[in-house]
Ligand binder design. Structure first.
Ligand code: HDE
Length: 711
């Protein structure tokens, strides 16, 4: 192995014995291979890291103490500016593989060979909140993927909504200012329920379609792994023959698309502000790797104008019923970062990071983003060399240009020439020429230089109506509740302004929101010519998506005297199906179970891990356990909360009495949907199967009787 000096200085490294000895000393490692000796950043070994250098035992610190000054100076500069938007995020490594060659559509190399795994790094984020805000506000989620392809990095910087709030990049700073905390009092954090945002909405009706998504269950995803992703803009795919087609990118989660209930989201904010981040981390550590399929909707160039909306308008989506999503590859996230700052914080996504075979369109929002991201990284990461930070480095050879110097340059360039064309270095490196490397699709352009929105972008309502019509009744209920929650927090005139606009989406929606807001007389419609008759797009409903049990979290609520066989059976079944079951009890430590020899280990307490943190609850029988749980108000609340949040609940033996006593079931009456009952004291295989199936379904929104419980 090369010595440190050799690694740094190559052949010119000093190689006398003294240096060798010092290296050995500094490189001393423990049995785990960890370096044992602390050094300064200059490599000087430190003998005392507990005390500063001062004059006498009680004397002042000496300016001379370069070790303390270095340590504190570095500490003072540990923070970098957080992202203006998408500040709060979590990331993971993984890989992407294409199912079959897409040669007919694109020349992008990473989309050709199914045997190649392209490394990826994905960062998920909320948009409005600061870096230290909670994971579960009502917000859009960022879904940014960096593909480290053999032809350079491709960044697909998308969101979990397929549409965006504004049509032109010119409006983005206004939108972000409106949604972020209000400037005079910096309130509210990570929340859209305030005057400025809704005032903006009433003034800019192009926001409305995306606002519908925000008010829907999509605004509160259950986890990153149960979230769809979208490239939003229309891109191009260009093949070897130079033929271009329009494309929309989708990420389809293999685990299905699931959301929280709003009441639950607000409680998780307190119980575990890192809920989504933790889930992503723990799933990967447990080997339950989140997975998505890459979907594409392809539109022939000739069909550009066949839709009743403009493909270049990012406030519109292409209904899957019109252009089906072809699943062309899959992405698996299988490795957590080693260091949050170095990877998740320093990763720099740029819409302009693209590879041959993929290209941009004239979408005005995308065009603005092509400028913004590069500009952002320069100030956020302190200069133009952010591409040299390890997480941002392409894995293909990349140093072949004449860009030089700048802040924090890592590469030590060798050679005399730093210009093109040069004769001194045989003209190297030189451009590839026609057909080699990236060349922009030669789209024909003409037109006057104008500041004017295209007429084809003018319909702000029809797709909002389509979205509303595509929702199932419970999803519509949630949208009404969300509008009502948000608007109850804003000025009366703004509320009325929003209701005036909602009438252009759907009369029933507007009326229901108005009723909740106490608006007895509907304000005049914002536009008399809306809503238009539009067809629903069933693919937009989350309830129409396939689902899976994997990575579900099940709480087994128990106390001393619990039926041990049931605890073990549920644990085993949940684990076998790819989920995690935890024993939740009034106290930590162990429980004495019946029918089992060994004590049952408690994973968390009722107070520490409330049911909002789980997908389902199982209550095993056992007289002692049920007696304790019935006498414990928090245990009762645990289950009623799960019931109100439409979660699957399982109960066996004595636990049926528990459910009866707390009013979740009533003897002689039909058992509510999603409540799985085992009459025997010990759970049987068929009932375990029913429970697992119910948990896979995730929520039972059509459950009756939830309103009688306090939330
Ligand atoms: Fe972004 N956006 N954005 N955005 N965006 C940023 O870049 C911007 C837009 C998205 O995990 C910033 O590095 C403009 C649409 C994601 O690091 C900034 C416009 C979509 C992320 C920026 C948009 C996105 C960002 C802040 C309108 C979905 C987080 C820090 C023209 C397709 C990436 C940064 C990560 C981040 C600008 C609109 C998604 C300021 C000007 C549309 C996922 O450069």
């Amino acid at each position: 192995m090369a010595s440190i000096a050799e690694a740094m200085f190559g052949k010119s490294a000093p190689s006398n014995e003294k240096i060798k000895k010092l290296e050995q000393f500094r490189e001393k490692t423990d049995e785990k291979g960890q370096k044992t000796i602390l050094t300064t950043n200059q490599g000087v070994p430190i003998s005392d890291n507990q005390n500063s250098l001062h004059a006498g035992p009680r004397g002042p610190t000496l300016l001379e103490d370069f070790i303390m000054r270095e340590k504190i100076t570095h500490f003072d500069h540990e923070r970098i500016p957080e992202r203006v938007v998408h500040a709060r995020g979590a990331g993971a490594h993984g890989y992407f593989e294409v199912f079959k060659p897409l040669t007919h559509l694109t020349k992008a190399k990473f989309l050709q060979d199914p045997s190649v795994q392209t490394p990826v790094f994905v960062r998920f984020s909320t948009v409005g909140g600061s870096k230290g805000s909670m994971d579960t506000p009502r917000d859009v989620r960022g879904f940014a993927t960096k593909f480290y392809t053999e032809e350079g990095n491709f960044d697909l910087v998308g969101n979990n909504f397929p549409v965006f709030f504004v049509q032109d990049a010119m409006k983005f700073p206004d939108f972000v200012h409106a949604v972020k905390p209000e400037p005079h009092w910096e309130i509210p954090q990570a929340a859209s329920a305030h005057d400025n945002l809704w005032d903006f909405v009433t003034q800019q009706t192009e926001t409305l379609h995306t606002i519908m998504w925000l008010m829907s269950d999509r605004g509160i995803p259950r986890s990153y792994s149960t979230m769809e992703g979208f490239g939003v803009h229309t891109f191009r795919l260009v093949n070897e023959e130079g033929v271009s087609r329009f494309v929309k990118f989708h990420w389809k989660p293999v685990l299905g698309v699931h959301s929280l209930v709003w009441d639950e989201a607000t409680k998780i904010t307190g119980a575990d502000p890192d809920f989504n981040r933790r889930e992503l981390w723990e799933s990967i550590e447990a080997g339950h790797y989140p997975e998505w399929e890459l979907g594409i909707q392809v539109v022939e160039e000739a069909d550009e104008r066949k839709f009743d909306f403009d493909l270049l308008d990012p406030t519109k989506l292409i209904p899957e019923e019109l252009v089906p999503v072809q699943r062309v590859g899959r992405m698996v996230l299988n490795r957590n970062p080693d260091n949050f700052f170095c990877e998740t914080e320093q990763v720099a996504f740029c819409v302009s990071h693209i590879v041959p075979g993929i290209d941009f369109t004239n979408d005005l929002l995308m065009q603005g983003r092509l400028f913004s991201y590069l500009d952002t990284q320069i100030s956020r990461l302190g200069g133009a060399n952010f591409h040299e930070i390890p997480i941002n480095r392409p894995i293909c050879p990349f140093k072949h240009n004449n860009q030089r110097d700048g802040m924090h340059r890592q590469t030590i360039h060798v050679g005399k020439t730093n210009y093109d064309k040069n004769g001194l270095n045989k003209g190297l490196p030189r451009e590839g020429g026609p057909g080699v490397g990236f060349s922009s699709y030669a789209q024909r352009m003409d037109g006057a230089k104008i500041r004017q929105r295209s007429e084809s972008f003018a319909d702000h309502f029809s797709q909002a109506t389509m979205f509303w019509k595509s929702m199932s009744p419970p999803e519509q209920d949630h949208i009404v509740e969300a509008f009502s929650f948000e608007l109850a927090k804003v000025r009366e005139d703004i509320r009325e302004g929003v209701v005036a606009i909602l009438q252009c989406v759907d009369a029933v929606l507007a009326q229901r929101v108005a009723t909740n807001l106490g608006i007895t007389q509907l304000p005049p419609k914002y536009r008399p010519d809306y809503p238009k008759a539009v067809a629903a797009s069933p693919a937009l409903s989350q309830l129409n998506q396939p689902t899976s049990f994997k990575s579900r979290q099940v709480a087994i609520l128990a106390a001393d005297g619990v039926d041990g066989t049931t605890v073990l059976a549920i644990k085993a079944a949940v684990a076998a199906a790819g989920g995690v079951a935890k024993v939740i009890a009034p106290h930590m430590g162990n429980l004495n179970g019946t029918n089992v020899k060994e004590a049952i280990k408690v994973d968390a307490t009722i107070t520490g891990s409330p049911s909002v943190l789980f997908d389902a609850v199982y209550i095993p029988g056992g007289a002692g356990s049920i007696q304790t749980l019935l006498a414990c108000g928090k245990a009762v609340h645990y289950v009623t909360q799960a019931f109100v949040h439409y979660k699957p609940i399982g109960a066996s033996g004595d636990a049926i009495n528990f459910l009866n006593q707390i009013g979740v079931v009533k003897t002689g009456q039909e058992v509510p949907v999603g409540v799985i009952i085992e009459n025997g004291q010990t759970v049987t295989e068929p009932v375990v199967g029913q429970f697992i199936q119910a948990v896979a379904q995730h929520r039972f929104y059509n459950r009756k009787g939830t309103e009688k419980f306090a939330v």
